[in-house]
Design a protein around this ligand. Structure first.
Ligand code: UVW
Length: 326
């Protein structure tokens, strides 16, 4: 579908489809659309992003698949077990391998369009549970993204570094919230614009902090997880939609501050707003520190970013296999 960004509805004009939930973008990209805000990455956008590659620096934004604590922070996502075996009949001439218990969302990941469904309204674009999660259905699967591929402009908001410089370090321990004013103050301090079709990255420093914690602290966190992230709510939803970003990714575990205020109608579980209502995928546990160091050093917070999710038919999520290129 070809998109004229100038004609996109603003957040206050959503929804455009009769009967769709308030604040949802259902129908904006077509009634059968399964790509959501990825539609904002046009060929022109990708070509312009390529022109941002000037120094030839490449940053891998992916953790190892088994990098997370051995006691999973979300109990249902353990590290995969890796087996290498001699497939040459014992001649030690050739080796293969397999992964057991591989959960594509246990380490750096995309939350794809199948990841969450609103209990009352279903999946993105109004697709019903029985159309999506059933044998033989690939509806909203990560293969859509894998087959398309991602190459667009990335913008980094280094919130952790910005707050530290400003003398008010982000609280990494207590589930701190990051509001629109903070994102905007950081953006302005960095002198960068957010443009339609961008992949917006924000760094907190939480992931590096987590991985450096002693085992006892990681176990404690698995029992009671608190992590920084976006302050959920209408103001943040309007900010992300009205900037017309294609996706958002971060070095925290849930993009939104964790745990969500499930029972608070103004806050709630922000995954519903972003994934279900906007059709916007969420990148979590991305390794952003080296990229952030480089941006701080050269003052350039825009770059090309690519991602090739695993082509899992009907997949819920995937490691991002993401690169930033400057
Ligand atoms: C959950 O929704 C539990 O996880 P994630 O933060 O990966 O979306």
């Amino acid at each position: 579908m070809s998109i004229d960004v100038a004609k996109l509805p603003s957040f206050s004009e959503l929804p455009v489809r009769a009967g769709a939930p308030a604040g949802s973008a259902w129908g904006v990209f077509g009634d059968e659309d399964e790509l959501g805000t990825w539609n904002l990455v046009t060929p022109e956008k990708t070509a312009a992003a390529a022109a941002l590659v000037k120094k030839g620096s490449v940053f891998s934004l992916n953790l190892p698949l088994d990098a997370m604590p051995s006691r999973p922070l979300f109990w249902f996502r353990g590290n995969p077990r890796h087996t290498i075996f001699d497939c040459s009949g014992g001649a030690r001439a050739s080796y293969d391998e397999y992964l057991d218990g591989f959960c594509p969302q246990s380490s750096s990941q995309w939350d794809g369009h199948r990841h969450v469904a609103h209990p009352a309204f279903g999946f993105y674009n109004g697709f019903k549970h029985e159309d999506v999660i059933r044998e033989g259905s690939t509806k909203l699967g990560i293969q859509n993204l894998a087959n398309r591929g991602i190459a667009t402009r990335g913008v980094l908001l280094d919130v952790g570094r910005f707050l530290e410089k400003d003398g008010r370090s982000l609280d990494l321990v207590g589930g701190a919230t990051i509001d629109v004013a903070t994102l905007e103050a950081c953006r302005k301090a960095q002198g960068v614009e957010i443009e339609p079709g961008d992949l917006l990255l924000f760094r907190t420093g939480w992931l590096a902090w987590l991985l450096a914690q002693p085992e006892a602290k990681k176990v404690e966190m698995a029992e009671h997880l608190l992590a920084p992230g976006l302050l959920a709510g209408t103001e943040m939803a309007a900010y992300l939609w009205d900037n017309h970003i294609a996706a958002i990714a971060t070095d925290t575990i849930a993009v939104e501050s964790w745990p969500p205020e499930f029972a608070n109608p103004e806050r709630g579980f922000f995954h519903f707003q972003l994934i279900v209502y906007f059709g916007m995928n969420l990148g979590e546990l991305w390794r952003l520190d080296a990229l952030a160091e480089d941006c701080a050093a050269d003052g350039v917070y825009e770059f090309m970013v690519t991602s090739a999710p695993l082509n899992i038919t009907g997949g819920v999520g995937s490691p991002p296999n993401a690169l930033a290129l400057k």
